[in-house]
Design a protein around this ligand. Structure first.
Ligand code: SAH
Ligand code: MG
Length: 211
């Protein structure tokens, strides 16, 4: 991946360790080169993961769709562990990560290859019809949000396409359960087989039609 973009990713706020990000980039390159559909991520925040996936889309002449309501997850709200007061809109007092996301994509020169979809993940997935060459789940980590993302988006991964899930922690000491449960379910369904793992990132290939 381009050195300048790696440096920008380092400087961008967010929740994507570099090793996981580079593994995500490789998955994006592979999926975008092999598949016909766009790449899609759930959970944009300030664009850190979109740098890794968007640059893969650029290299393959594909497109990254980046879904986020940009109001932050529960843990990003005031008083919670991952709150950043600089991401609060002073006019309304609400979280708004969209300006930061746009700035990141502009600085990266990735605007032609990254399209933001600003909205609730389930509202978008319920109306979705386009097969996707890669889906990356990194949105809300609560049980309801995470399962909504899996059930809403996994069926749209093309057969032979890739499903990536972040924050998969087999040991409960390391982090919350829902992303790990999605990964277990994806494997148990027989629809997905693991192809790569790095840090808490898991990459699965869709091998069967029934999710
Ligand atoms: N991938 C990012 C981190 C994402 S943090 C990175 O690399 O840094 C999780 C994001 O999911 C937050 O920005 C939050 O606004 C978004 N999110 C949480 N629940 C959501 C939902 N139901 N619909 C859309 N976006 C959601
Ligand atoms: Mg994450």
């Amino acid at each position: 991946m381009d050195r300048t973009l790696i440096a920008l990713a380092r400087a961008t706020r967010g929740f994507m360790p570099e090793d996981d990000g580079l593994a995500l980039h490789r998955a994006g390159l592979e999926a975008a080169a092999a598949g016909t559909g766009p790449l899609l991520e759930i959970g944009a925040y300030c664009g850190k993961s979109a740098l890794y996936l968007g640059s893969a889309a650029q290299a393959a002449g594909s497109l990254l769709l980046s879904v986020d309501h940009h109001r932050g997850s529960e843990e990003n709200q005031p008083g919670w562990e991952h709150h950043d007061p600089e991401l609060v809109d002073p006019a309304t007092g609400r979280m708004d990560t969209l300006p930061c996301f746009r700035r990141t994509m502009e600085q990266a020169g990735l605007e032609p290859w990254v399209t933001a979809i600003v909205g609730e993940s389930s509202a978008v997935s319920a109306r979705w019809r386009t097969p996707l060459s890669l889906v990356f789940i990194d949105g809300g980590h609560g049980r309801e949000q995470a399962w909504g993302d899996y059930l809403g988006w996994a069926p749209h991964v093309d057969v032979d396409g890739l499903l990536a899930i972040h924050d998969v922690f087999p040991d409960p000491e390391d982090g919350g359960r829902p992303p790990y449960e999605l990964w277990c379910r994806a494997l148990a369904s027989g629809a997905f087989a693991e192809v790569a793992a790095c840090g808490s990132l898991r990459v699965l290939r869709r091998v069967a039609a029934d999710v």
